[in-house]
Design a protein around this ligand. Sequence first.
Ligand SMILES: [Zn+2]
Ligand SMILES: [Zn+2]
Length: 174
Amino acid sequence: MTRLHVYGFKGVSTDLLLELTMTITSRFSQFFSPVKMHPVRLPVPFDSYDPVRSQYKASPFLWVISTQIAAQCCGLGIVNQDLYTKELNFIFGVAEKGGNAVVAIPRLCQKPTSSDLAFERIKKVTFHELGHVLGLDHCDNDCVMVFSNSLEECDQKPETFCSSCQQRLAAVNG
Ligand SMILES: [Zn+2]
Ligand SMILES: [Zn+2]
């Protein structure tokens, strides 16, 4: 069983981290145990900010997480900055197979009708990135592993894994 460490970067609320950690604990009990939330916020990496874009590079956040944990553990970082990668203008999250993941919450909290909807989105992106950590690729079924790069796409997809992704999760991590 893989240990999962949940970190909040500066500006992320304890309530959100607690709720997310509880949700991950119940939904991923087959794959991650224990799921441990760290109470101390990680600093925003100084080399991540791009003043031209007014955005933050995702990779330094992944690197900060990698410095925190042992090799056989996985880390999830919740980030309160707007992130981008080389390939994409912005990202909701990014993950390394068998490694670490980050989820960026600012865009997921945009034009929500309620804080519940914002949490639904954060949960879906988190489950999606943890799916990648556990070895899944993107999926075309009615599945949380559908690639989504807009709030509409994120809101449309379910928070669950389709049966073929579930089978693959069990085969790779069972
Ligand atoms: Zn993805
Ligand atoms: Zn799927």
